[in-house]
Design a protein around this ligand. Structure first.
Ligand code: NAP
Length: 280
Protein backbone atom coordinates (compact mmCIF):
# COMPACT_ATOMS: atom_id res chain seq x y z
CA UNK A 1 0.00 0.00 0.00
CA UNK A 2 2.40 2.65 -1.25
CA UNK A 3 0.18 5.74 -0.94
CA UNK A 4 -1.16 6.23 2.56
CA UNK A 5 -2.56 9.77 2.19
CA UNK A 6 -6.35 9.75 2.41
CA UNK A 7 -6.53 6.13 3.59
CA UNK A 8 -8.68 5.19 6.58
CA UNK A 9 -6.97 3.35 9.45
CA UNK A 10 -8.57 1.87 12.55
CA UNK A 11 -6.12 1.45 15.45
CA UNK A 12 -7.10 -0.41 18.64
CA UNK A 13 -5.44 0.35 21.96
CA UNK A 14 -4.83 3.89 20.72
CA UNK A 15 -5.19 5.60 24.11
CA UNK A 16 -1.49 5.20 24.98
CA UNK A 17 1.72 3.29 24.29
CA UNK A 18 2.36 1.57 20.98
CA UNK A 19 -1.20 2.13 19.68
CA UNK A 20 -1.09 5.90 20.26
CA UNK A 21 2.30 6.00 18.51
CA UNK A 22 1.01 4.02 15.51
CA UNK A 23 -2.08 6.24 15.21
CA UNK A 24 0.15 9.33 15.31
CA UNK A 25 2.53 7.91 12.70
CA UNK A 26 -0.35 6.99 10.36
CA UNK A 27 -1.99 10.41 10.78
CA UNK A 28 1.43 11.91 10.01
CA UNK A 29 1.29 10.06 6.68
CA UNK A 30 -2.11 11.60 5.96
CA UNK A 31 -4.36 8.73 7.05
CA UNK A 32 -7.75 9.45 8.63
CA UNK A 33 -7.77 7.53 11.89
CA UNK A 34 -10.36 5.78 14.05
CA UNK A 35 -9.07 5.38 17.61
CA UNK A 36 -10.42 2.57 19.81
CA UNK A 37 -9.83 1.86 23.54
CA UNK A 38 -11.70 2.23 26.84
CA UNK A 39 -10.22 5.56 27.97
CA UNK A 40 -12.40 8.07 26.15
CA UNK A 41 -10.62 11.19 27.48
CA UNK A 42 -7.22 9.99 26.29
CA UNK A 43 -8.64 9.15 22.86
CA UNK A 44 -10.36 12.55 22.56
CA UNK A 45 -7.11 14.29 23.52
CA UNK A 46 -5.09 12.38 20.93
CA UNK A 47 -7.78 12.86 18.26
CA UNK A 48 -7.76 16.64 18.80
CA UNK A 49 -3.94 16.69 18.54
CA UNK A 50 -3.96 14.70 15.30
CA UNK A 51 -6.66 16.86 13.70
CA UNK A 52 -4.82 20.01 14.62
CA UNK A 53 -1.32 18.82 13.67
CA UNK A 54 -2.05 16.83 10.51
CA UNK A 55 -5.49 18.04 9.33
CA UNK A 56 -6.86 14.48 9.17
CA UNK A 57 -10.32 13.26 10.12
CA UNK A 58 -10.61 11.31 13.37
CA UNK A 59 -13.17 9.08 15.03
CA UNK A 60 -13.13 8.22 18.72
CA UNK A 61 -14.43 4.76 19.62
CA UNK A 62 -14.64 4.29 23.41
CA UNK A 63 -15.13 0.53 23.61
CA UNK A 64 -14.17 -2.53 25.63
CA UNK A 65 -12.58 -5.03 23.29
CA UNK A 66 -12.98 -7.93 25.67
CA UNK A 67 -16.50 -7.98 24.22
CA UNK A 68 -16.33 -9.52 20.74
CA UNK A 69 -19.51 -7.72 19.65
CA UNK A 70 -17.84 -4.36 20.33
CA UNK A 71 -14.85 -5.39 18.22
CA UNK A 72 -17.21 -6.03 15.30
CA UNK A 73 -19.20 -2.84 15.94
CA UNK A 74 -16.06 -0.64 15.88
CA UNK A 75 -15.40 -1.67 12.27
CA UNK A 76 -18.99 -0.86 11.23
CA UNK A 77 -18.75 2.50 13.03
CA UNK A 78 -15.49 3.32 11.23
CA UNK A 79 -16.96 2.59 7.80
CA UNK A 80 -20.14 4.52 8.65
CA UNK A 81 -18.23 7.61 9.81
CA UNK A 82 -15.12 7.63 7.60
CA UNK A 83 -16.49 5.87 4.51
CA UNK A 84 -14.14 2.85 4.32
CA UNK A 85 -11.45 0.89 6.13
CA UNK A 86 -8.08 0.44 4.43
CA UNK A 87 -5.89 -0.45 7.41
CA UNK A 88 -6.83 -2.32 10.58
CA UNK A 89 -4.25 -2.33 13.37
CA UNK A 90 -5.09 -4.88 16.08
CA UNK A 91 -2.87 -3.51 18.82
CA UNK A 92 -4.90 -3.52 22.08
CA UNK A 93 -3.58 -6.14 24.45
CA UNK A 94 -2.56 -6.91 28.01
CA UNK A 95 -0.36 -9.43 29.81
CA UNK A 96 -0.99 -11.92 32.54
CA UNK A 97 1.70 -13.04 35.00
CA UNK A 98 1.89 -16.17 37.10
CA UNK A 99 2.62 -19.91 36.78
CA UNK A 100 0.56 -21.32 33.94
CA UNK A 101 -0.74 -24.08 36.22
CA UNK A 102 -1.78 -21.57 38.89
CA UNK A 103 -3.63 -19.02 36.75
CA UNK A 104 -7.30 -18.49 37.51
CA UNK A 105 -9.10 -19.69 34.42
CA UNK A 106 -11.28 -16.55 34.35
CA UNK A 107 -8.10 -14.42 34.11
CA UNK A 108 -6.71 -16.59 31.33
CA UNK A 109 -9.98 -16.42 29.39
CA UNK A 110 -10.09 -12.63 29.77
CA UNK A 111 -6.55 -12.47 28.35
CA UNK A 112 -7.57 -14.55 25.34
CA UNK A 113 -10.74 -12.44 24.85
CA UNK A 114 -8.64 -9.30 24.46
CA UNK A 115 -5.46 -10.63 22.82
CA UNK A 116 -6.97 -13.25 20.52
CA UNK A 117 -10.76 -13.21 20.09
CA UNK A 118 -11.06 -9.43 19.66
CA UNK A 119 -8.46 -9.22 16.83
CA UNK A 120 -10.02 -12.21 15.09
CA UNK A 121 -13.51 -10.66 15.36
CA UNK A 122 -12.17 -7.33 14.06
CA UNK A 123 -10.48 -9.08 11.11
CA UNK A 124 -13.71 -10.92 10.31
CA UNK A 125 -15.64 -7.65 10.35
CA UNK A 126 -13.07 -5.74 8.26
CA UNK A 127 -12.46 -8.35 5.55
CA UNK A 128 -15.80 -7.96 3.68
CA UNK A 129 -15.19 -4.20 3.38
CA UNK A 130 -11.57 -4.66 2.25
CA UNK A 131 -12.65 -7.35 -0.21
CA UNK A 132 -15.28 -5.02 -1.70
CA UNK A 133 -12.63 -2.25 -1.93
CA UNK A 134 -10.19 -4.68 -3.57
CA UNK A 135 -7.40 -3.75 -1.15
CA UNK A 136 -6.51 -3.72 2.55
CA UNK A 137 -3.79 -4.24 5.14
CA UNK A 138 -4.35 -5.89 8.52
CA UNK A 139 -1.62 -5.43 11.13
CA UNK A 140 -1.64 -7.73 14.15
CA UNK A 141 0.62 -6.73 17.01
CA UNK A 142 1.95 -10.02 18.32
CA UNK A 143 5.03 -10.34 20.48
CA UNK A 144 8.48 -11.83 20.67
CA UNK A 145 6.97 -14.11 23.33
CA UNK A 146 4.52 -15.35 20.69
CA UNK A 147 7.63 -17.08 19.28
CA UNK A 148 8.86 -18.71 22.49
CA UNK A 149 7.24 -19.19 25.91
CA UNK A 150 7.69 -16.45 28.49
CA UNK A 151 8.42 -17.90 31.94
CA UNK A 152 5.69 -16.91 34.40
CA UNK A 153 3.98 -15.24 31.47
CA UNK A 154 2.83 -18.43 29.77
CA UNK A 155 -0.81 -17.34 29.55
CA UNK A 156 0.13 -14.16 27.71
CA UNK A 157 2.57 -16.06 25.51
CA UNK A 158 -0.13 -18.58 24.59
CA UNK A 159 -2.55 -15.82 23.56
CA UNK A 160 0.12 -14.33 21.28
CA UNK A 161 1.07 -17.76 19.83
CA UNK A 162 -2.64 -18.10 18.96
CA UNK A 163 -2.70 -14.66 17.33
CA UNK A 164 0.45 -15.49 15.36
CA UNK A 165 -1.18 -18.68 14.05
CA UNK A 166 -4.37 -16.84 13.08
CA UNK A 167 -2.28 -14.18 11.31
CA UNK A 168 -0.40 -16.79 9.26
CA UNK A 169 -3.60 -18.56 8.25
CA UNK A 170 -5.37 -15.30 7.35
CA UNK A 171 -2.37 -14.17 5.29
CA UNK A 172 -2.66 -17.22 3.04
CA UNK A 173 -6.46 -17.13 2.93
CA UNK A 174 -6.69 -13.44 2.03
CA UNK A 175 -3.81 -13.13 -0.43
CA UNK A 176 -6.02 -13.55 -3.50
CA UNK A 177 -8.28 -10.76 -2.18
CA UNK A 178 -5.27 -8.41 -2.14
CA UNK A 179 -5.51 -8.13 1.64
CA UNK A 180 -2.11 -8.29 3.35
CA UNK A 181 -1.71 -9.53 6.92
CA UNK A 182 1.35 -8.13 8.69
CA UNK A 183 2.47 -9.72 11.96
CA UNK A 184 4.56 -7.43 14.15
CA UNK A 185 6.61 -9.05 16.93
CA UNK A 186 7.89 -6.33 19.25
CA UNK A 187 10.32 -7.09 22.04
CA UNK A 188 10.41 -5.06 25.23
CA UNK A 189 8.94 -1.63 24.50
CA UNK A 190 8.86 1.28 26.91
CA UNK A 191 5.12 1.59 27.68
CA UNK A 192 2.78 1.10 30.64
CA UNK A 193 2.14 -2.48 29.50
CA UNK A 194 3.45 -4.19 32.65
CA UNK A 195 1.56 -1.83 34.92
CA UNK A 196 -1.72 -2.68 33.17
CA UNK A 197 -1.19 -6.43 33.04
CA UNK A 198 -2.98 -8.92 35.27
CA UNK A 199 -1.04 -10.52 38.11
CA UNK A 200 -2.33 -14.00 38.85
CA UNK A 201 0.28 -14.80 41.56
CA UNK A 202 -1.15 -15.68 45.01
CA UNK A 203 -0.86 -12.66 47.30
CA UNK A 204 0.19 -10.30 44.54
CA UNK A 205 -3.08 -9.86 42.64
CA UNK A 206 -3.34 -6.28 43.82
CA UNK A 207 0.15 -5.48 42.47
CA UNK A 208 -1.62 -4.55 39.25
CA UNK A 209 -0.94 -0.92 38.54
CA UNK A 210 2.63 -1.03 39.83
CA UNK A 211 5.37 -0.96 37.25
CA UNK A 212 7.52 -4.04 37.62
CA UNK A 213 9.19 -4.52 34.25
CA UNK A 214 12.90 -5.07 34.84
CA UNK A 215 14.20 -3.30 31.72
CA UNK A 216 13.50 -0.29 29.61
CA UNK A 217 12.67 -1.17 26.05
CA UNK A 218 12.62 0.62 22.72
CA UNK A 219 10.50 3.74 22.22
CA UNK A 220 6.93 3.15 20.98
CA UNK A 221 7.60 5.69 18.19
CA UNK A 222 10.27 3.34 16.82
CA UNK A 223 7.77 0.48 16.68
CA UNK A 224 5.29 2.81 14.98
CA UNK A 225 7.78 3.87 12.29
CA UNK A 226 8.51 0.24 11.54
CA UNK A 227 4.79 -0.55 11.33
CA UNK A 228 4.21 2.23 8.78
CA UNK A 229 7.08 0.89 6.67
CA UNK A 230 5.65 -2.63 6.89
CA UNK A 231 2.21 -1.40 5.78
CA UNK A 232 3.71 0.32 2.73
CA UNK A 233 5.68 -2.80 1.80
CA UNK A 234 2.93 -5.25 2.80
CA UNK A 235 5.52 -7.22 4.78
CA UNK A 236 4.62 -10.58 6.30
CA UNK A 237 6.48 -10.54 9.61
CA UNK A 238 8.32 -7.74 11.33
CA UNK A 239 10.85 -7.50 14.17
CA UNK A 240 11.89 -4.17 15.62
CA UNK A 241 15.54 -4.76 16.52
CA UNK A 242 18.32 -7.02 15.30
CA UNK A 243 18.57 -8.34 18.87
CA UNK A 244 14.89 -9.46 18.74
CA UNK A 245 15.52 -11.26 15.45
CA UNK A 246 18.60 -13.02 16.87
CA UNK A 247 16.73 -14.11 20.01
CA UNK A 248 14.04 -15.80 17.88
CA UNK A 249 16.68 -17.35 15.64
CA UNK A 250 18.48 -18.64 18.75
CA UNK A 251 15.25 -20.18 20.06
CA UNK A 252 14.73 -21.97 16.74
CA UNK A 253 18.31 -23.10 16.07
CA UNK A 254 19.50 -23.87 19.61
CA UNK A 255 16.38 -24.99 21.50
CA UNK A 256 18.32 -26.81 24.26
CA UNK A 257 20.51 -23.83 25.06
CA UNK A 258 17.55 -21.49 24.80
CA UNK A 259 15.57 -23.60 27.25
CA UNK A 260 18.43 -23.37 29.71
CA UNK A 261 18.12 -19.58 29.41
CA UNK A 262 14.39 -19.82 30.08
CA UNK A 263 15.00 -21.84 33.25
CA UNK A 264 17.39 -19.16 34.43
CA UNK A 265 14.87 -16.41 33.58
CA UNK A 266 12.15 -18.31 35.47
CA UNK A 267 14.33 -18.42 38.61
CA UNK A 268 15.01 -14.68 38.43
CA UNK A 269 11.38 -13.81 37.89
CA UNK A 270 10.19 -16.15 40.66
CA UNK A 271 12.68 -14.58 43.06
CA UNK A 272 11.37 -11.12 42.13
CA UNK A 273 7.78 -12.16 42.86
CA UNK A 274 8.90 -13.78 46.17
CA UNK A 275 10.69 -10.57 47.19
CA UNK A 276 7.53 -8.58 46.41
CA UNK A 277 5.49 -11.02 48.55
CA UNK A 278 8.00 -10.77 51.43
CA UNK A 279 7.71 -6.98 51.44
CA UNK A 280 3.97 -7.27 52.20
N1 NAP B 1 5.28 -3.09 25.77
C1 NAP B 1 5.90 -4.21 25.39
O1 NAP B 1 7.02 -4.54 25.86
C2 NAP B 1 5.27 -5.10 24.34
C3 NAP B 1 6.07 -6.10 23.76
C4 NAP B 1 5.52 -6.93 22.80
C5 NAP B 1 4.19 -6.76 22.41
N2 NAP B 1 3.44 -5.80 22.98
C6 NAP B 1 2.04 -5.67 22.54
O2 NAP B 1 1.82 -4.36 22.06
C7 NAP B 1 0.45 -4.02 22.21
C8 NAP B 1 0.32 -2.65 22.85
O3 NAP B 1 0.86 -2.73 24.17
P1 NAP B 1 1.51 -1.48 24.90
O4 NAP B 1 2.89 -1.89 25.27
O5 NAP B 1 1.32 -0.23 24.15
O6 NAP B 1 0.65 -1.51 26.26
P2 NAP B 1 -0.23 -0.39 27.02
O7 NAP B 1 0.52 0.87 27.13
O8 NAP B 1 -0.75 -1.04 28.25
O9 NAP B 1 -1.45 -0.13 25.98
C9 NAP B 1 -2.45 -1.09 25.80
C10 NAP B 1 -3.59 -0.47 25.00
O10 NAP B 1 -4.64 -1.44 24.89
C11 NAP B 1 -5.85 -0.85 25.34
N3 NAP B 1 -6.72 -1.84 25.98
C12 NAP B 1 -6.41 -2.65 27.03
N4 NAP B 1 -7.49 -3.37 27.39
C13 NAP B 1 -8.49 -3.00 26.55
C14 NAP B 1 -9.85 -3.38 26.43
N5 NAP B 1 -10.41 -4.30 27.23
N6 NAP B 1 -10.61 -2.81 25.46
C15 NAP B 1 -10.06 -1.88 24.63
N7 NAP B 1 -8.78 -1.49 24.70
C16 NAP B 1 -8.01 -2.03 25.65
C17 NAP B 1 -5.43 0.22 26.34
O11 NAP B 1 -6.40 1.24 26.42
P3 NAP B 1 -7.48 1.42 27.61
O12 NAP B 1 -6.83 1.01 28.89
O13 NAP B 1 -7.81 2.87 27.51
O14 NAP B 1 -8.63 0.55 27.22
C18 NAP B 1 -4.18 0.76 25.68
O15 NAP B 1 -4.51 1.73 24.72
C19 NAP B 1 -0.20 -5.16 23.02
O16 NAP B 1 -0.86 -6.04 22.15
C20 NAP B 1 0.99 -5.86 23.63
O17 NAP B 1 0.73 -7.23 23.87
C21 NAP B 1 3.93 -4.96 23.94
Amino acid sequence: MKELRGRVALVTGASRGIGAAIATALAGEGCHVALAARSEDALEKLAAELRQKFGVQTLVLPIDLSDEAQAEAMVAATVAALGRIDILVNNAGAGIYGDITALRSADLRATFDLNFFAPVAAMAAAVPHMRAQGDGVIVNIGSLVGKFPQPLGGGYSASKFALHAASGAARAELKDDNIAVVLVCPGLTDTEFAAHSRISVPGLEDMQGERHAPLRGVAPARVARRVVKAIRRREREVYITLFDRLVVLGAQLLPGLFEWGLLWATKIRRRRFAQAQDKR
